[in-house]
Ligand binder design. Structure first.
Ligand SMILES: [Fe+2]
Length: 384
């Protein structure tokens, strides 16, 4: 056995896996229907384990026989092309790991603390139903039935003095699918409702089963901001019947801000609040007023370059779920974004915009490791 060749094969295989994951992440940023995306994921599921078998068989144990002391000079140009692409994938993997290890929240996030609730313990039973992929809830150490209720203080350069201490409950990606039961969401809503806030903002992906619209009154219906509760929808809502979803939320006095902006008067200062559900639904909202502050609810953080040009002060997003699984050293792996895992979750300063990406509460796959379901109270502070 040529151990050096085996090590190189391992590097090539890791690089190949990285390329497939990068492809799947980026393909999920496009407005493709879920059945098309499922086909792409199946290709990923097939080729990741198949590649090392073909590699060992065609190059390691036959052909140039590299694992048995054969010469690399006998490797065909096609395989050299494959090796070069996989080597680039491996370098990319190292870069992503380093970026994940070295990343810190920006100085504009002044504080962060949280309380973790075990909703199963609070209820006296595991809130797991028979919805899609429900067997994933049995995976050891799955955190899907927890809640991390976090509080972050954000300093904003252009926040009006009158709003110093303004609070926003940012919630996202609740994914009512039936795998996690109604009482989980009711309990979470009850916990969140105990904290009065000025604004409640939901940033999309509420429903994966349209019949579960009946859950709304006892869940989101419990949440009311002093200055209102606002929502946009996401790609999973697009897969269902979004008109019905909007109507059900509006019956609960939630305000749909998709594809538009509205101006609110808060303590004598004006807030222009917009909603962006593109590329799946609606159109890009135009900020046109000379309001004192601009806030955007945008399902995917991918639009950050455009949002910066719109001079938005604070952008709230979801969609990426924090990756749902965060590995030691590597960090998040899967994130449906054209930037891969860069904006999987957290706070990012992209001047002049402060971006907050929620990990959300659930997903159509009920599996979370080192990535707890999240709801966040953001306290806005004037930058001193
Ligand atoms: Fe989502």
């Amino acid at each position: 056995m040529d151990w050096l060749a085996l090590l190189i094969f391992a590097v090539i295989t890791l690089g190949h896996t990285t390329l497939w994951i990068s492809f799947v992440n980026r393909s999920h940023a496009w407005p493709l229907h879920c059945s098309q995306l499922r086909h792409l994921r199946h290709l990923h599921d097939l080729f990741i384990p198949l590649f090392p078998i073909i590699l060992v068989w065609r190059v390691g144990l036959t052909g140039p026989n590299l694992l048995r002391g054969g010469s690399w000079a006998n490797v065909s140009p096609v395989w050299w092309g494959v090796f070069a692409a996989c080597a680039a994938g491996f370098v990319w993997l190292i870069w992503v790991c380093l970026r994940s290890l070295l990343r810190h929240p920006p100085e504009y996030q002044r504080s962060y603390d949280s309380i973790v609730y075990d909703i199963g313990k609070e209820l006296g039973h595991r809130p797991v139903g028979r919805g899609p992929y429900h067997l994933l809830t049995k995976v050891p150490f799955n955190e899907q039935t927890l809640l991390e209720f976090s509080r972050k203080t954000l300093a904003l350069p252009r926040l009006p003095e009158e709003w110093d201490g303004l609070t926003i409950l940012h919630i996202s990606d609740w994914h009512f699918a039936g795998s996690i039961t109604r009482d989980y969401y009711e309990k979470v809503s009850e916990i969140l409702a105990q904290e009065p806030v000025d604004l409640v903002c939901f940033t999309g992906d509420l429903i994966d089963d349209q019949d579960l619209v009946v859950w709304f009154p006892d869940t989101l219906g419990q949440l009311n901001g002093k200055y209102g509760s606002y929502f946009i929808l996401g790609n999973h809502d697009w897969y269902q019947r979004p008109v019905e979803t909007r109507e059900a939320l509006e019956r609960l006095k939630w305000v749909d801000v998709s594809s538009r902006t509205l101006v609110l008067d808060i303590a004598g200062k004006t807030l222009e609040l917009g909603g962006d559900e593109t590329p799946w639904l609606g159109t890009v909202p135009e900020f046109t007023s000379s309001a004192d502050f601009r806030l955007l609810l945008c399902h995917t953080p991918d639009h950050i370059p455009r949002v910066r040009k719109q001079d938005v002060d604070l952008m709230l997003s979801g969609h990426n779920h924090g990756g749902q699984v965060q590995l030691p050293v590597i960090g998040p792996v899967y994130s449906p974004s054209k930037y891969g895992v860069k904006y999987a979750s957290g706070t990012f300063w992209e001047p002049p915009t402060l971006l907050h990406v929620s990990r959300g509460l659930a997903g159509c796959h009920p599996l979370r490791w080192r990535c707890k379901p999240e709801a966040t109270i953001l306290t806005l502070r004037r930058m001193s």
